[in-house]
Design a protein around this ligand. Structure first.
Ligand code: PEP
Ligand code: MN
Length: 366
């Protein structure tokens, strides 16, 4: 019954042996020995967390914010690992970070989205990581560029890193969205299709940017066949020094993780997940229409200044031809697209006429 892409994805996911998802969890940033110990003990209690994550060098978009405690925090992590026996994971962005993190016994390294966007940085890290056995996971770059992501993974593999994985953390949103980053699941699924041997986990914390959506996105990722999750957990998210809005309390995390995270068939929960994504796409439609109408107002002014009519039949026929072709190539019905664009065009003509009238009134009234 392969009538939708989603069904196909479910079928593929459900054919896989149900190995438990790889769970990496912990605070966005290492903030104190007490914070780390408290989270580590809670994570351990769940029995499902393979690595505790904590950033020690924090890549912040704007300067003069908290940028992590660096090497001092690695000492805390080493100590917490000794006490709790939970292996730890941290982010590396330079050659120096690699040496420091390995020196303090990091069990897994990840490369952040900003670093993954820069092939020079990746190459430097790859050389520093030459032949290491510690797993290295690469987040997707900020821009929706599959080749850049694949390129980073290939550079590490070519350097002889034995275990390379990928982390899907969403892409910088270029239109208003309920999520901090756009999931664009297709890009991660394409990566998996191109490299079936590669493990890919999802990071619903950085995709959503909001603790309220983490569970929903986590389930969606597992349903689609991702191999695991990276989730931010903090003993007191409100007080967190970075990413406060998206971190889960240890109780929230335990609640999510204690339910069986399995690859479910489409059902009630999937309906909620898909509706949240429909809401995001609807926002995109409104954003696009509003931008189109802004351009229409500008065009009306240019037409007025050049003495042109609002309706330019030849141009409109070209637009219709163009969108019909594009729509067909994307599996949309021609009839539907022509109706939709004719309706957009009616509104656009009205707007242009109003703009032209008000301009000529202004001229008449001096
Ligand atoms: C992080 O994991 O805390 C982080 C900074 O992530 P990203 O590189 O995905 O923004
Ligand atoms: Mn973070």
């Amino acid at each position: 019954m392969k009538h939708t892409k989603l069904n196909e994805m479910h079928e593929t996911a459900n054919q896989k042996p149900l190995s438990p998802p790889l769970i990496i969890a912990g605070p966005c940033s290492a903030e104190s020995p007490e914070q780390l110990l408290q989270v580590a003990l809670e994570l351990k209690k769940t029995g499902k967390v393979k690595f505790m994550r904590a950033g020690v060098w924090k890549p912040r978009t704007t300067p003069n914010n908290f940028e992590g405690y660096g090497t001092k925090a690695l000492e805390w992590l080493k100590e917490v690992k000794k006490q709790t026996k939970i292996p730890f994971a941290t982010e590396v962005a330079t050659e120096k970070h690699v040496y420091e993190a390995l020196k303090f016994g990091a069990d897994l390294l990840w490369i952040g989205a900003r670093t993954a966007s820069n092939p020079f940085a990746i190459q430097e890290i790859a050389i520093a990581l030459k032949g290491i056995q510690v797993p290295v996971w690469v987040k997707n770059p900020l821009s929706p560029d599959l080749k850049l992501w694949e390129g980073a993974i290939t550079r590490l593999k070519q350097a002889g890193v034995a275990q390379v994985g990928a982390i899907h953390r969403g892409f910088t949103a270029w239109y208003p969205s309920p999520f901090r980053n756009l999931p664009l699941w297709d890009i991660a699924l394409k990566l998996k299709a191109n490299h079936p041997e590669l493990s890919i986990i999802s990071d619903p914390s950085h995709i959503s940017g909001d603790s309220r959506f983490v569970e929903l996105l986590a389930k969606r990722a597992i349903n689609m066949g991702f191999d695991g999750l990276m989730i931010e957990v903090h003993p007191n998210p409100k007080q967190a020094l970075s990413d406060a809005k998206q971190q889960l309390t240890t109780e929230q995390f335990t609640h999510i993780i204690s339910k069986e995270l399995h690859r479910s068939k489409p059902g009630e929960e999937l309906l909620d997940e898909l509706r949240a994504e429909i809401d995001a796409v609807d926002e995109l439609l409104i954003w696009a229409l509003s931008n189109r109408m802004k351009l229409v107002t500008e065009i009306a002014q240019v037409k007025y200044d050049s003495g042109l009519e609002a309706l330019q039949k030849k141009r409109w026929n070209e637009v219709l031809k163009q969108v019909s072709k594009k729509a067909r190539s994307m599996g949309l019905s021609n009839n539907f697209i022509v109706k939709l664009f004719n309706s957009i065009h009616r509104e656009s003509l009205l707007k242009q006429k109003r703009t032209i009238e008000s301009k000529s009134d202004m001229v008449k009234n001096g």
